[in-house]
Design a protein around this ligand. Structure first.
Ligand SMILES: Nc1ncnc2c1ncn2[C@@H]1O[C@H](COP(=O)(O)OP(=O)(O)OP(=O)(O)O)[C@@H](O)[C@H]1O
Length: 935
C-alpha cells in the first residue's frame, strides 16, 4: 500500500499550517467519471469543470436549445468552489488539494474534519476509502500523518489513536467492535460531544490503520440499491486523535491534542430513483432525515452574520458534526456529483448545498495545554536532564574511542603519498577539539552569568527590603511626632534599625553596581562564545564527511544542549524564587501602607468625635463599611491567603521560604501594625502600657481573630516561660516571637484580646433562653474545673482542642443569633410596609421583591466585652455627637451590625451596662466599651 502511494506522488509537498481564527469551510467538488450503468442508460455528461477555473457548470439535460421562447431562461448553473476536480483527477490529486492541506495544522494541535457529501452513487466512499490499489483520503491522510510523525522522532512523542463508527438508522455502532451494543452520544460540561463507550485503538503504522479501516468497513452496513451496487447505508465517521509532547522534559511543557474526523456520509436518495421498498426505504428515510438536518444546519450557519439558531440536535450526525461545522475545526467538505444527465436533480441539489456551505465559518483555536511544573518538580527534571547528559557523555566517549581507533588505523594505512587525506583527518580532529572547547566556554560563560544574576537578585531584594524598613520608619516618625519626653526605648530601637538599614543599603548599592558591570561583561562573553560556537559548527559540519564523524558531532551538540537546558532551568528556579521573595516584600509594604491608612482614619475619627463634628451620612457609612472589613477579618484573611507563607510545598506542607525567616523582627512588627494602629494610634499606645492593654482589651474580636488565636498555638508566654494567662495575652509579649518564627501573618491582625468564654453559655449549647445567649461575657469563666492557665499550655492538646471547640460554639451561636436578628428586622421592615398582611404573605412579598428572607447571611463577628471594664465602670459612658449616641462604644468602627440595621435603629438604642440593646430583639448587639479618659 505504501508503494501505491509512492507511485501516486507520495507525500512530496510540504505541509501547511493554516492561521488561527475564524475561517471559512473549504468546499471542494469532485465530478466522478461516468459509470457503465449511466452510459447504458443513455446518460450524457452535463457537469463540467471549466478549464483552470474552480468552476462547475451544470447543464440542464431537459433544456431545448431550439425553444426560442425559453432561450433567455437557461437552466444552466455555474458554481464556484475552492477546488474542483473532474474525472481526470486521481485519488492523490483530490487528497493533495483537500485533506492534505489540513495535516500540518493537525500536527500543530488543530482539529480538522473532512467530509464527503453527495447523492447516492456519486463517489463519496470511493473518495474517502478508495480501493485496495487506489486508496482514498482516509488512508492517505493517515499514511502521511505517520510519515510526518517519523520526521520528529527523538524530538516529539506522539500518540495516535483511532475510532470508527457508523450512524445507521439513527443508531450508533462501533465499527471496530461491531458486536457491541449501540452507543449513545453524551455532551460534556464544555459542550463537546462524546460517544460513550466507543473503542479507541492506538495505532503505530499506516498498515495497522488500513487493517482497522478494512475491518471497520467490513462491518459497515452496505447494500446494493438500484442506484449503487455498493451503497453505504450509513454515515461512517473515522476519528483520529493525535496527542503530542516534546520528548525533552522542560519546566514548561506543551501538550497538544488534535482530533481529525474523516466522514463518509450516506448518500441522499430519491425513492423514485433508488426504487427502494421496505427496509431500504426506511434506511433511505433516515439517511435523508439526517442529511436534511445537516442541510438545515448548513443553511443556518451560512446565514450572513450567523445570527440564526443552529439546531444540531435534530440528528446524531449533526450533533457529531457540531464542532466541525460551527466550532473549533478546520473543515473541508467534498461535494460529489455524477456527471450524468440522469442525475441532474441530485447533482443540482448537492451543488446548491455545497454552494451554501462556502459561507460557513468555524472558529479555530489550537488545543494546547501548557503544563507548568511546580518548583518541586524542577529538581526531578534537572535530575532527568543530568542523567541524559551523562548518557550522552558516555556515548560520546565511546564514539571518540571508536573514532580514534579508526583514525589510527587509517593513519597507519595512509601512505606518505596520501598526505592530503592525512591532513584532512588531522584537521577534522582539530576542529572537533575546537568545537568542544567553544562549547565548554559557552557553558562556562552561561554558568558565570547565572551566578551573577543570582547574586544580583539577592542584592536587589536586600535593597528593597532595606528601603522598605527605612520607608516605614520614616512614615511612622512622620505619623507620630513625639515630644522629647515621649521618646521611648521603642523609638530608639526603631531609629537604630533604620540607621542600620541605611548603612546596609549603601553597601548593597555599591555591590549592585559592581555586579551590574560584571554582568554586562559576562553577557558579552556569553554572546561571543555563542557566535563562535555557531560559526565553528557550520565549519565542522562541512568538513565532517563520514557517518561516524557526523554522529559524534550530533552527540556533542546534543550533550551541549542538555547542559545548557539544565542551566536555563536553574536560572528559571532562581527567577521564580526571586519573584516570590519580591511579592513577599510587596505584601509587607502594602501592609505597612495599610497600617498608615488605618492610623490616619482612626485619628480623623477621633477628631470628629472629640470636636463633635457632624459628618455627612455617606462618610459615616463608609466608616461603617471600613469597620466591618476590619472586624470581619476579611482583609486579614486575604492577606493571609496571599501571603507567601500560605504557599504550600511538597505534600501540602508549607514550603520553606528562607526569605521570610530573614525578615527582621522590626519589619514584622511594622507589618503587624496594619490593624493594630487603627486601634492603637501611636500617640495613644505610647502613653503607658497599662492604658495600652486596657484599650486593646476592649476592641471587638471577630470570629476570625478568635479562631486565629486559638489555632495559632500560642503556647507559653515567652517572656515568663509560663503558660499564657487566660484573660489576657499581650501581642508584644506573646505574638511577636511566634510571628518571627514564621507563623502566619494572620496573627498580626490582633493584639491583646480577651477571649470571651462564658462556660455557662457553652455548656448550655445555645439551647437556653435570652440570658444564656448573651454575647458578652461579664465575668471570668466560672467553670472552676478548667484551670485558665492550662488553656494555652503548649502541651495540653486536649484543652486546646476543647477551647477551639468552645470558641467555635460561641461563634456559631453568635452567627445564628445575628441571622435571627436580621431575619426579624427584615420581617419588621417589610411589616411596616405591608402591615396588614399576614407573615407568610410578607415572606411571599419579600421574595417577589427579590428578597430572600431565609437566606440572610449571618455576620461573622463576635463582640467581646472586657469583663473587668464592664463591671468596674458601668456608668462611664458619654455621648460624643449625634451620629454616635454612645461613645466609641457605639462607634461604627467597632459596631458590627449591618448598615441598614445600624441606620434604622441607632436612635432606638439604649445603654445598659456595657451592652447596647436592640429595641426590637432585646438582644445585646455589638459594642465596645472605652472609658472616656483614654482619649
Ligand atoms: N472517481 C472515481 N473514479 C472511478 N470510479 C468511481 C469514482 N467515484 C466513484 N466511482 C465508482 O462509482 C461507484 C459508486 O461510488 P461510491 O460507492 O463511492 O458512491 P457513494 O457516493 O459512496 O454511494 P452511497 O452513498 O450509495 O454509498 C463505485 O462503483 C465506484 O467505484
Amino acid at each position: 500500500m505504501t508503494n501505491v502511494l509512492k507511485e501516486n506522488g507520495g507525500t512530496g509537498t510540504p505541509l501547511l499550517v493554516l492561521p488561527t481564527g475564524e475561517q471559512q469551510i473549504l468546499v471542494a467538488c469532485r465530478i466522478r467519471p461516468m459509470t457503465e450503468d449511466e452510459i447504458l442508460q443513455g446518460g450524457t455528461i452535463i457537469a463540467h469543470k471549466v478549464a483552470e477555473d474552480n468552476m462547475v457548470v451544470l447543464l440542464d439535460p431537459d433544456e431545448d436549445h431550439d425553444d426560442i421562447l425559453r432561450a433567455n431562461r437557461s437552466r444552466e448553473r455555474k458554481y464556484m468552489f475552492d477546488v474542483v476536480s473532474d474525472a481526470r483527477a486521481g485519488q492523490q490529486d483530490v487528497y493533495a488539494s483537500t485533506a492534505k492541506i489540513l495535516l500540518g495544522s493537525v500536527l500543530e494541535g488543530y482539529n480538522a474534519t473532512v467530509f464527503a457529501y453527495g447523492a447516492t452513487g456519486a463517489g463519496k466512499t470511493y473518495t474517502m476509502l478508495g480501493t485496495e490499489n487506489n486508496p482514498g483520503i482516509m488512508y492517505r491522510t493517515l499514511h502521511d500523518l505517520f510519515v510526518e510523525i517519523k520526521k520528529f522522532e527523538g524530538q516529539r512523542e506522539y500518540q495516535v489513536s483511532m475510532s470508527y463508527l457508523e450512524i445507521y438508522n439513527e443508531l450508533i455502532r462501533d465499527l471496530l467492535a461491531p458486536s457491541s451494543s449501540f452507543l449513545e452520544l453524551r455532551e460534556d460540561a464544555k459542550g463537546t460531544i462524546q460517544v460513550a463507550g466507543l473503542s479507541e485503538l492506538i495505532t503505530k503504522t499506516p498498515e495497522e490503520v488500513m487493517e482497522m479501516l478494512h475491518k471497520g468497513n467490513r462491518a459497515r452496513t452496505q447494500e446494493p440499491t438500484k442506484a449503487n451496487k455498493t451503497s453505504s447505508r450509513s454515515h461512517a465517521v473515522l476519528q483520529v486523535n493525535i496527542k503530542q509532547r516534546d520528548v525533552t522534559r522542560s519546566h514548561t511543557e506543551q501538550v497538544r491534542f488534535a482530533k481529525l474526523y474523516m466522514i463518509d456520509l450516506a448518500g441522499s436518495e430519491r425513492a423514485a430513483q433508488t426504487q427502494n421498498t421496505g427496509r431500504r426505504m426506511m434506511e433511505g428515510a433516515h439517511i435523508n432525515r439526517s442529511l436534511l438536518a445537516l442541510g438545515n444546519c448548513i443553511n443556518a450557519l451560512s446565514e450572513k452574520g450567523n445570527t440564526k439558531y443552529v439546531n444540531y440536535r435534530d440528528s446524531k450526525l449533526t450533533r457529531i458534526l457540531k464542532d466541525s461545522l460551527g466550532g473549533n475545526s478546520r473543515t473541508v467538505m467534498i461535494a460529489h456529483i455524477s456527471p450524468a444527465s440522469v442525475h441532474f436533480e441530485e447533482s443540482r441539489n448537492t451543488l446548491n448545498y455545497a454552494d451554501r456551505a462556502k459561507y460557513i465559518k468555524t472558529k479555530i483555536r489550537r488545543n494546547v495545554i501548557d503544563v507548568s511544573y511546580h518548583i518541586a518538580q524542577y529538581q526531578q527534571i534537572i535530575q532527568d536532564l543530568r542523567s541524559q547528559v551523562q548518557l550522552l557523555r558516555d556515548q560520546k566517549d565511546e564514539l571518540e574511542i571508536r573514532l580514534t581507533t579508526t583514525n589510527e588505523a587509517r593513519f597507519s594505512r595512509l601512505s606518505d603519498s596520501n598526505t592530503t587525506e592525512r591532513l584532512r583527518v588531522e584537521e577534522g580532529l582539530k576542529l572537533k577539539e575546537n568545537i568542544l572547547q567553544t562549547y565548554r566556554k559557552q557553558i562556562g560563560a552561561r554558568r558565570a552569568l547565572l551566578e551573577i544574576d543570582s547574586g544580583l537578585m539577592d542584592v536587589i531584594h536586600e535593597c528593597t527590603r532595606n528601603e522598605s524598613v527605612i520607608e516605614h520608619h520614616e512614615s511612622n516618625k512622620e505619623n507620630s511626632k513625639k515630644s522629647p519626653e515621649e521618646i521611648t526605648v521603642d523609638t530608639i530601637v526603631s531609629e537604630n534599625t533604620a540607621q542600620r538599614a541605611r548603612a546596609e543599603l549603601r553597601v548593597l548599592e555599591q555591590e549592585r553596581s559592581k555586579l551590574e558591570k560584571q554582568r554586562k561583561i559576562q553577557l558579552k562573553d556569553f554572546e561571543t562564545s555563542k557566535s563562535d560556537a555557531r560559526r565553528l559548527l557550520e565549519k565542522v559540519t562541512k568538513k565532517m564527511n563520514t557517518q561516524e564523524q557526523r554522529e559524534l558531532l550530533k552527540l556533542l551538540s546534543q550533550n551541549f544542549e542538555y547542559e545548557m537546558k539544565t542551566i536555563e532551568l536553574q536560572a528559571d528556579i532562581f527567577a521564580r524564587d526571586y519573584s516570590i521573595k519580591h511579592k513577599d516584600l510587596q505584601l509587607l509594604r502594602m501592609s505597612q501602607h495599610r497600617s498608615l491608612c488605618d492610623t490616619l482614619i482612626y485619628q480623623q475619627r477621633r477628631l470628629i468625635q472629640e470636636h463633635q463634628i457632624l459628618v455627612p451620612i455617606d462618610l459615616e457609612e463608609l466608616y461603617q463599611l471600613y469597620s466591618r472589613d476590619i472586624d470581619e477579618g476579611q482583609l486579614i484573611q486575604d492577606l493571609k491567603n496571599h501571603s507567601p507563607r500560605s504557599v504550600t510545598g511538597i505534600n501540602g506542607k508549607p514550603s520553606a521560604l528562607p526569605f521570610l525567616s530573614q525578615i527582621a523582627e522590626e519589619d514584622l512588627t511594622s507589618a503587624s501594625t496594619s490593624v493594630t494602629s487603627f486601634h492603637l494610634p501611636n500617640n495613644v499606645n505610647r502613653r503607658n502600657n497599662h492604658q495600652l492593654s486596657t484599650i486593646i482589651s476592649n476592641r471587638t474580636l471577630s470570629d476570625q481573630d478568635l479562631f486565629t488565636h486559638v489555632n495559632n498555638d500560642l503556647g507559653q508566654d515567652s517572656t515568663t516561660n509560663k503558660p499564657m494567662s487566660y484573660s489576657h495575652f499581650n501581642f508584644e509579649q506573646s505574638l511577636k516571637p511566634q510571628l518571627t518564627k514564621g507563623n502566619s501573618l494572620i496573627s498580626l491582625s490582633s493584639e491583646s484580646v480577651d477571649v470571651p468564654i462564658n462556660t455557662n453559655d457553652m455548656t448550655t449549647g445555645g439551647g437556653g433562653g435570652a440570658a444564656n445567649r448573651k454575647v458578652h461575657t461579664t465575668s471570668p469563666p466560672n467553670d472552676s474545673s478548667v484551670e485558665p492557665s492550662t488553656f494555652f499550655s503548649n502541651n495540653n492538646v486536649k484543652n486546646k482542642a476543647k477551647l477551639r471547640k468552645q470558641t467555635q460554639d460561641i461563634a456559631a451561636r453568635a452567627a445564628q443569633r445575628r441571622a435571627n436578628l436580621h431575619h426579624k428586622e427584615l420581617m419588621e421592615d417589610i411589616g411596616s410596609a405591608f402591615s396588614n398582611e399576614p407573615t407568610a404573605s410578607k415572606e411571599n412579598t419579600a421574595s417577589a421583591f427579590g428578597l430572600e428572607i431565609t437566606g440572610v447571611k449571618p455576620k461573622k463577628t463576635v463582640t467581646i466585652n472586657d469583663p473587668v471594664m464592664s463591671r468596674s465602670r458601668p456608668n462611664d459612658f458619654h455621648r460624643t455627637n449625634s451620629f454616635s449616641p454612645e461613645p466609641i462604644f457605639n462607634d461604627p468602627f467597632y459596631s458590627t451590625t449591618n448598615n441598614r440595621a445600624t441606620k434604622n435603629h441607632q436612635k432606638k438604642r439604649s445603654i445598659s451596662h456595657g451592652s447596647t440593646v436592640n429595641n426590637r430583639s432585646n438582644m445585646p448587639i455589638a459594642n465596645v466599651v472605652v472609658p472616656r479618659e483614654h482619649f
